[in-house]
Design a protein around this ligand. Structure first.
Ligand code: ZN
Length: 88
């Protein structure tokens, strides 16, 4: 899985643009620093509810907003989308 410093694989938002947005919202630098390393979520190619694997090669780094969208997809579409994107 890619580094948390890389952008979301779906929308392209990166930690710098995210930090800029939350700074405008008034989040303090210490709070931003604490959240920085957890900017990206790990979306399961196969949902956990369907016995999806926790192995790194079965996870894709996406931002929390994109993760919510992915979680609404059918299993088939989710797998198709997440296997079509990646850093390698
Ligand atoms: Zn995203």
């Amino acid at each position: 899985m890619g580094s948390v410093r890389e952008p979301c694989l779906l929308c392209g938002e990166d930690v710098a643009s995210w930090a800029n947005r939350v700074t405008k919202a008034g989040l303090l630098p210490d709070d931003i620093a604490r959240i920085h390393d957890r900017f990206l979520d790990a979306a399961h190619i196969i949902a956990v509810r369907d016995d999806g694997s926790m192995m790194a090669d079965k996870l894709k780094p996406v931002c929390p907003a994109c993760h919510r969208v992915v979680d609404k997809l059918t299993n088939e579409r989710r797998k198709e989308l997440l296997t079509s994107i990646g850093y390698c």
